[in-house]
Ligand binder design. Structure first.
Ligand SMILES: *Cc1c(COP(=O)(O)O)cnc(C)c1O
Length: 364
């Protein structure tokens, strides 16, 4: 059978290995498996969210509130933006899909960093767009600008802090860059880890409100999957001026967020101290990874996120190390598919991190 030829050169997204598969393939008890592969919050979500969701369980027959009024009000309050400047997706992933489908088509150009979130490329290729990438590992605004001038892309992705490397763009540099971009180019600022950057060093954080007040061509993305500990609920959002949001709504399927997820995300925003506590713990534990890397002569990239990327020496293979760890029930991310001989490890609880150090010690 023939399919849309645009799909021929798409490599399917490879998610962090699920715990369920490791149980099956390696016969390891579920309780002995530690997953530090998808940058989830190891402490999960606020206990208040769990209570609220239990109540919702009695109310699953009706379709969800498609106006999403409770969640939009909560986000509008948090960010100081209007509700017509918000769109909710099944993960911010879905908002990326909306944006690409709304803006790009066959032959459009989409500019992104050399190493960055894999879904940008996948969605762009679905519509037959061409991918333009920088050469540097870290976002370099001068290089982005030169490629912008050369190619005049329809969309530009800035992932800050960047996944899978963890580095972030200095906010002033990013603003100065966006100022030079024409209004018909949509600039997507993916802030999936912005809560972490804001905590670590506000010079690397941007406020969505300021961005959209200043620029009519910027879409900011946020998610509940990382700091808010709701990866299983699939909720993310986009913030932009009303005309962009109105257009994105044209490609959104109805009822894209479940009743449970809407409630969980709304209540998660009511417990900011819980999230800030998790973030503080994250950066304390991260110091242990930095110390470990230093003691082993491993190069680690300064991280503004809840994961750390360890660049291995040439004598070690990241895929081999990931495989060895997997056999022992430790799931981390091998970055060889990104062209890096590196592993990405989500910062876990102190007990999970102890386990990681014990298991990796003999391998490096
Ligand atoms: C995790 C992640 C997302 C999206 O996560 P969702 O679970 O779909 O909200 C988007 N961008 C980056 C860079 C991420 O790491």
């Amino acid at each position: 059978m023939t399919f849309n030829t645009a799909l021929e050169n798409i490599t399917t997204y490879e998610a962090g290995k699920p715990i369920e598969l490791v149980v099956r393939e390696y016969g390891i008890e579920k309780s002995d498996i530690v997953k530090l592969a998808s940058n989830e919050n190891p402490f999960g979500c606020s206990p208040k969210v769990k209570e609220a969701v239990r109540v919702i369980v009695d109310n699953m027959a009706l379709y969800p509130d498609d106006s999403m009024v409770k969640l939009k009000d909560a986000l509008s309050k948090k960010y100081g933006v209007n509700t017509n400047e918000l769109i909710i997706g099944a993960g911010s992933d879905q908002v990326i899909e909306f944006a690409i489908h709304a803006k790009a088509h066959t032959g459009s150009k989409v500019l992104m960093n050399s190493v960055t979130f894999a879904m940008y490329e996948i969605y762009a290729k679905q519509v037959g767009a061409n991918i333009i990438r920088t050469a540097s590992r870290e976002h370099t605004m001068d290089e982005f600008y030169a490629l912008y001038v050369e190619h005049k892309p329809s969309l530009i992705f800035l992932c800050t802090p960047n996944n899978p490397t963890g580095d972030a763009i200095y906010a002033e540099d990013m603003i100065a860059f966006i100022e030079k971009i024409d209004n018909d180019t949509l600039v997507i600022v993916d802030g999936a880890y912005m809560e972490y950057a804001r905590f670590k060093d506000p010079a690397y954080a941007v406020e969505p409100k300021e961005l959209i007040e200043r620029f009519e061509n910027v879409l900011f993305l946020g998610t509940f999957s990382k700091a808010y500990g709701l990866g299983g609920m699939r909720v993310g959002y986009g913030i932009a001026q009303a005309p962009i949001i109105k257009t994105l709504y044209k490609v959104r399927p109805p009822f894209n967020i479940t009743t449970l997820s809407l409630e969980a995300a709304s209540v998660a925003l009511e417990d900011e101290p819980f999230v800030q506590g998790c973030i503080a713990d994250n950066f304390n534990e991260m110091k242990r990874y930095e110390t470990f890397a230093k003691s082993k002569g491993i190069d680690c990239i300064e991280s503004y996120t809840n994961f750390i990327t360890l660049a291995l020496p040439e004598t070690k293979s990241s895929s081999q190390i990931a495989q060895e760890l997997l056999k022992k029930g430790m799931i981390i991310r091998d970055l060889s598919s990104y062209g890096l001989n590196a592993i990405r490890v989500t910062i876990g609880t102190s007990v999970q991190n102890d386990r990681f150090f014990t298991l990796i010690e003999p391998l490096v």
